[in-house]
Design a protein around this ligand. Structure first.
Ligand code: FAD
Length: 495
């Protein structure tokens, strides 16, 4: 059966717009005609350079070649995030993408680790995670045999250019112009976008990727915004790119300071840096000065201040409009989840793709799933701020003492009481993620599952030693991250 293709108009050509175009064009080609409108005068946000492992699954789905992608975006590999000064000043831990320790059906590894600790074990939870140890030693390799869990650091501008080239071979029509008006049908649905040039772009369905302002979803359809800034106080960032000064690390650095935190994202050709802060506790000048004092290389761009409001659009899909990327909301960059949420959003939309004229139930389902996904990520991010031992500034006092969502309070209580963490159905962050952050920031469980008590001291000790040795031996086989990238990204020789 042949059905006429839906006319899809994507407003905005940042990472969100081009990811949406690439996914729709590659996976639903005959069912859609895609037109993307962007404005080179307005430009893109230019940040968003740290990712998480599901990006690899997305690239595989689109049949994107990893080496070509890495060369085009000057990407490096990412095994996790190193959090410095979050629990206490001077302390650090890594939240890695890997599994920690041997799995058991009865109780997670964390319970065995805590039992061993109580019996005098030295070292920390991260010692039993291959990816985490590789990150510590700045080592990395992929191979068809290894199941190493990783993501990338990428140059945001180059990634947009890469996706644009990818889409040009898939029939996506592209136009550069400023959208000056959004026209609606009598029933309120969006009818067309008028450009400043006078050109009219009509469509059946519109995807709003216009960034924070949400030109269609908010400025036209007024769907409203649920503000989370009482839990996530940071509302500003100052970003600067610098030269690289040392071998590239296979992790993002996140160093907390008295009113927020600073990121360091190593790429092949430069480093991305940013100071994320609460404007109620730090002014823009101080933020910019502090950033420039802390960066390691020479600045190659002028520091830029960005504002954001954490929260989510009440309805990411409303009428014939879907919002993706910053237009749909923003949690905050701490765990690099925004690009992932764009991918989840467009994937979910393709799975619920409307066929008939009335699709209210599909819309409701999409919005409900999206809300749940975002709230779980939100809770995980709030956790980093809330479970701190820091008391050196009003910002941290506030974070430590604030009332957090009940859903998070329950999770903290479960971990505190008996070291339980759960990955709920379809939840992004795993048991290990929750455990790494809680233990890393000084949450000490009162008890753990008694399963480990069935092992004698000698048995438990032997098991822990064997697991540690396996991690160390596996990491010893890996080359330095930098050497691996150099070989992996070398331009292929012509035959
Ligand atoms: P934008 O990049 O703002 O693109 C908007 C597009 O809309 C542009 O093409 C613009 O030209 C177009 N447009 C707007 N108005 C008009 C108009 N009137 N007419 C025509 N075109 C128009 N995410 C991560 O996953 N990892 C990170 O490490 C990370 N770090 C971040 C750090 C900070 C400080 C911030 C603020 C965000 C970060 N993000 C991160 C989020 C990430 O940057 C975004 O999710 C991603 O870049 C997608 O942005 P976007 O495409 O939605 O918006």
């Amino acid at each position: 059966m042949t059905i006429p293709p839906k006319q899809i108009v994507i407003a905005g050509g940042g990472t969100a717009g081009w990811i949406a175009a690439a996914a729709l064009a590659r996976k639903m080609g005959p069912l859609v005609n895609i037109r993307l409108v962007e404005s080179s005068t307005i430009g893109t946000i230019g940040v968003g350079e740290a990712t998480i492992p599901p990006l690899r699954t997305f690239h595989k789905l689109l049949q994107i070649d990893e080496q070509a992608f890495m060369r085009a975006t000057a990407a490096t590999f990412k095994l996790g995030i190193r959090f410095e000064n979050w629990g206490r000043i001077g302390e650090q831990y890594i939240h890695s993408f890997g599994m920690t320790g041997q799995q058991s059906w009865l109780a997670e590894f964390v319970h065995f680790y805590l039992s061993a600790k109580a019996r005098g074990l030295e070292g920390d939870y991260g010692d039993y995670c291959f990816e985490l140890e590789a990150a510590r030693q700045h080592k990395f390799a992929t191979s068809t045999q290894s199941n190493i869990q990783y993501a990338y650091h990428l140059d945001a501008g180059n990634y947009v250019a890469f996706l644009k080239r990818f889409c040009s071979n898939l029939g996506v029509t592209h136009c550069d112009g400023v959208i000056s008006q959004v026209l609606q049908h009598d029933n309120g649905d969006i009818k067309a976008l008028r450009l400043a040039s006078g050109e009219l772009i009509e469509g059946d369905f519109f995807i709003d990727c216009t960034g924070f302002k949400g030109l269609l979803i908010e400025e036209t359809l007024h769907t409203g915004y649920e503000d989370w800034s009482h839990w996530l106080l940071c509302d500003s960032a100052c970003a600067v790119q610098t030269t690289s000064t040392e071998p590239v690390a296979p992790f993002t650095r996140s160093a907390a300071h008295h009113a927020g935190w600073q990121w360091e994202i190593p790429l092949q050709h430069r480093t991305g840096n940013g100071n994320v802060y609460s404007s109620a506790f730090m002014d823009d000048n101080e933020a910019s000065e502090q950033l420039m004092q802390n960066v390691k290389g020479e600045a190659i761009t002028t520091p830029r201040t960005l504002r954001f409001k954490t929260g989510r659009r009440n309805k990411a899909w409303h009428r014939n409009c879907l919002a993706l990327g910053l237009a749909s909301g923003f949690v905050e960059p701490l765990e690099s989840t925004s690009i992932h949420l764009v991918i989840m959003g467009i994937t979910r939309f393709m799975q619920l793709f409307p066929h008939g004229g009335n699709y209210q139930a599909l819309t409701d389902e999409y919005n409900q799933q999206t809300q749940l996904e975002l709230e779980r990520i939100r809770d995980f991010i709030i956790l980093h701020y809330h479970v701190t031992q820091r008391d050196d500034s009003p910002f941290w006092e506030h974070c430590k003492n604030m009332t957090v969502p009940d859903s998070l309070q329950t999770r903290i209580a479960l971990f505190k009481e008996q070291a339980h963490a759960f990955q709920k159905q379809n939840e992004l962050f795993r048991v290990d993620s929750w455990a790494q952050v809680m233990l890393g920031q000084g949450v000490t469980p009162d008890y753990h599952h008694p399963a480990a008590a069935m092992l004698s001291d000698a048995q438990l000790n032997q098991s822990m030693q064997q697991q540690r040795q396996r991690v160390l031996q596996a990491v010893a086989q890996l080359p330095a991250h930098e050497d691996f990238i150099r070989r992996y990204c070398a331009t292929p020789q012509k035959a």
